[in-house]
Design a protein around this ligand. Structure first.
Ligand code: AMP
Length: 229
């Protein structure tokens, strides 16, 4: 795989996937690809894909695999994804994981990082979660943007997510256990899984993740300026 960085980040909602995927992607100079962000953008723009996905998202259910695979297939074909990516929110079940390996060819993904966070901690985090409506950057009541709920990255408005209601959160956690957790064993059997403690300060979690990537697929000197760590 040479310097390729085909990474997947797995974890319950509220485990910190969005924030950590963004940091990993920045560090490795590859895009973060979030299917949730792509669907939210499609809903906002009222596209065909958005209209199909909307009710599933509001109910905390998974959008049908075909719709997700179309979206991901197209995105992974883009120029900026050819040297690698960090997938966030995809795959969500074994069928999607199988489709991803087929789509990628050449050995499939390099490494899957499982962010391990206890359920009581994610529930507490979700209660304070906020997101930029424009670029999808995550914030929280504890870590807000610098100015008045305006995104530090793009200036977009930062709000609570529509699907962060109590009922939808419970459904999504149950869904994670049923559909997505089996992926941990699936990737483990392929020797592609690294479990990382996702509790504590976000910076400490990032350090653990970067170490896990370096330990498994080589020191990450790709596209880094000399002297940077
Ligand atoms: P997320 O931001 O990853 O929590 O995704 C928000 C919502 O988008 C989910 O609750 C699903 O309805 C939908 N979604 C995102 N990714 C997928 C996926 N890989 N498969 C099916 N539905 C998805």
């Amino acid at each position: 795989m040479g310097g390729s960085r085909r990474l997947v980040i797995l974890g319950k909602q509220g485990a910190g996937k969005g924030t950590q995927a963004e940091r990993l992607a920045d560090h490795h100079g590859v895009p973060r690809i979030s299917t949730g962000d792509m669907f939210r953008a499609a809903v906002k723009a009222d596209t065909e894909a958005g209209r199909r996905a909307r009710s599933y998202m509001e109910d905390g259910e998974l959008v049908p695999d075909e719709a997700v695979l179309d979206l991901v297939g197209e995105r992974l074909g883009a120029d900026d994804a050819q040297d690698g990516f960090v997938l966030d929110g995809f795959p969500r079940n074994v069928r999607q994981a199988e489709a991803l390996e087929d789509l990628l060819g050449g050995g499939g993904v390099d490494l899957v990082l499982e962010l391990v966070v206890p359920t009581d901690v994610v529930l507490e985090r979700l209660a304070g979660r906020r997101v930029c409506t424009n670029c999808g950057t995550n914030y929280s009541i504890q870590h807000p943007p610098k100015t008045d709920w305006t995104c530090d990255r793009c200036g977009g408005t930062v709000v609570e997510r529509d699907d962060d209601t109590e009922g939808a959160i419970k459904r999504r956690l149950a869904l994670y256990e049923r559909e997505t957790e089996p992926l941990v064993a699936w990737y483990l059997a392929k020797d592609k899984l690294a479990a990382v403690d996702g509790t504590g300060h976000p910076d400490a979690v990032t350090t653990r993740l970067l170490r896990a990537v370096d330990a498994r697929i080589g020191t990450s000197v790709v596209r880094q300026a000399p002297g940077r760590d």
